[in-house]
Design a protein around this ligand. Structure first.
Ligand code: GDP
Length: 453
């Protein structure tokens, strides 16, 4: 090799030859409040401080030379600095929850392994993270429906408790609409607002998770408000028709746009490019709330897991018109610092018990699942048998016993609720020190398992 080309080789190695850079595309999701924002903030923090925390002690991170968080050139960037500002404020507060899609781009550079190292130069890996509300996945079944079928389904849902009681006056208004009559835009906007308020009540008053269309509650920035002005017509069915200006015509056109561009668009543009997925679940809050909340979580998580279920004779591929690439799923019970270290695996076990059938389907479809009980930011410390933590809105410390977590979730879903408190983030968090956590190092190691380092 001439001197000149040898030099070029070295330079390309130093610049991180983009041809050699590997890309890992990771989705992070979970229902609202699952802990996505806190998790991503901690993930970036752990990687930025890889030389000081638990990561420094384990392979392959002992060969990690540098980490760069790219704040420019990223569309809809994750608000890392805002989250850090909240966490390191005095008093510290938790960051703002995820309400829209956002992205993180991290460049990692590893020293190569062993003797080949000198020849091969460094190993570059980019981790692209897509953070999105898990609720958006609950719209997947809409891809299988036309507007008339959706009207029929909503008519059924509204006839049953608890939706029936939550929708009384709205139901009467919708029933009075003649699908063939000319639509009134102002009234339609008002009805769509009333439908959103109804979905909100379903979520907050009855704890229901399947609230459609999901974007009525979490619109995201890519949807024009007017395109969400549609409602189910309770006097319509799958054989209905109407001209373009009728209630039917207007609502059907917007429903079709919602289904074909918003729901399908998310899968086509974003979801299809992911190769691994982190699914976060707050299992402790519903365990504390009791049987009804656990049963609803089960329903919602089963619906969410449909998007990762690739067996079934290609049902999903037909619905989505492409083959999803996700082959690895990390399922994580979050905020496990709220219970003692010995109870954390039991929380994860209860979560896996809750979803046992659907997890088997997902595995059977070829996706490898890893369960990791996580705390992205550990807010408690152990003292003897008790936990010590700060309470939100208060100064000083409290000692408490978190109560029992069963080794397995009983089939009845009846558990003696653990005692949970609204905890403050720990004091003294700083961007340049690794945040305290449980098993974030396991999660980061899992993420990179797919890379050739
Ligand atoms: P998102 O809606 O999925 O983005 O969830 P967030 O990240 O905003 O988390 C919701 C709330 O859960 C936070 O405001 C915290 O109160 C709590 N939380 C999240 N992660 C942790 C954790 O690791 N430990 C504890 N104790 N609480 C957490």
């Amino acid at each position: 090799m001439s001197n000149k080309s040898a030099n070029w080789f070295k330079q390309a190695g130093r610049a991180g030859n983009p041809l050699r850079r590997q890309r890992l595309r990771v989705g992070v999701t979970g229902l609202s409040g699952a802990g996505k924002t806190t998790f991503i903030t901690s993930l970036i923090n752990q990687l930025e401080n890889h030389q000081k925390g638990l990561l420094a002690q384990r392979a392959p991170f002992d060969r990690l030379v540098s980490v760069r968080w790219r704040r420019d050139e990223v569309k809809q960037p994750f608000p890392y600095l805002d989250s850090l500002a909240a966490l390191s404020a005095e008093p510290a507060t938790w960051p703002q929850s995820t309400a829209d899609l956002s992205r993180v781009l991290l460049d990692l550079r590893f020293k190569p392994q062993g003797l080949l190292g000198k020849v091969q130069g460094t190993r570059d890996v980019s981790i692209e993270i897509l953070d999105y509300p898990g609720e958006w996945l609950l719209d997947l079944p809409l891809l299988n429906l036309n507007f008339g079928q959706w009207c029929e389904q909503m008519t059924q849902w509204l006839a049953q408790s608890p939706r029936a009681e939550l929708a009384v006056s709205l139901r009467e208004r919708l029933q009075s609409l003649d699908p063939q009559a000319e639509a009134d835009e102002a009234e339609l906007a008002d009805l769509a607002g009333a439908w959103s308020a109804f979905l909100q009540r379903c979520r907050s008053d009855a704890g229901l998770s399947r609230n459609q269309p999901a974007r009525f509650l979490q619109p995201g920035s890519d949807v024009a408000a007017q395109m969400l002005h549609f409602v189910p017509l309770l006097r319509a069915n799958q054989h209905s028709e109407g001209n373009a200006k009728s209630w039917w015509g207007v609502c059907e056109a917007r429903f079709n746009y919602y289904r074909d561009f918003i729901v399908r668009g998310f899968y086509d543009e974003h979801f299809r490019h992911l190769d691994q997925q982190v699914l976060l679940v707050d299992m402790l809050t519903p365990m504390d709330a009791g049987q009804a909340a656990l049963s609803d979580l089960k329903g919602a998580m089963e619906a969410v897991l449909e998007s990762f279920h690739y067996g079934q004779n290609g049902f999903l591929a037909r619905l989505l018109r492409f083959r999803p690439r996700i082959r690895r799923l990390a399922l994580c019970a979050t905020k496990v610092d709220k219970v003692g270290p010995l109870q954390q695996r039991a929380v994860q076990q209860c979560l896996e018990d809750l979803m046992v059938d659907r997890l088997a389907d997902v595995r059977h479809g070829g996706v490898e699942i890893k369960g990791i009980p996580l705390s992205a930011i550990r807010a408690t410390r152990q003292e003897g048998d008790a936990l010590v933590a700060g309470l939100q809105g208060k100064t000083g410390w409290v000692r408490y016993q978190p109560g029992d977590i069963p080794a397995h979730l009983p089939q009845s879903l009846q558990v003696n609720s653990p005692q949970l408190l609204a905890l403050r983030p720990p004091p003294g968090l700083h961007r340049n020190e690794p945040f305290p956590h449980y098993r974030m190092d396991d999660l980061v190691a899992w993420l990179l398992k797919g890379a050739r380092l």
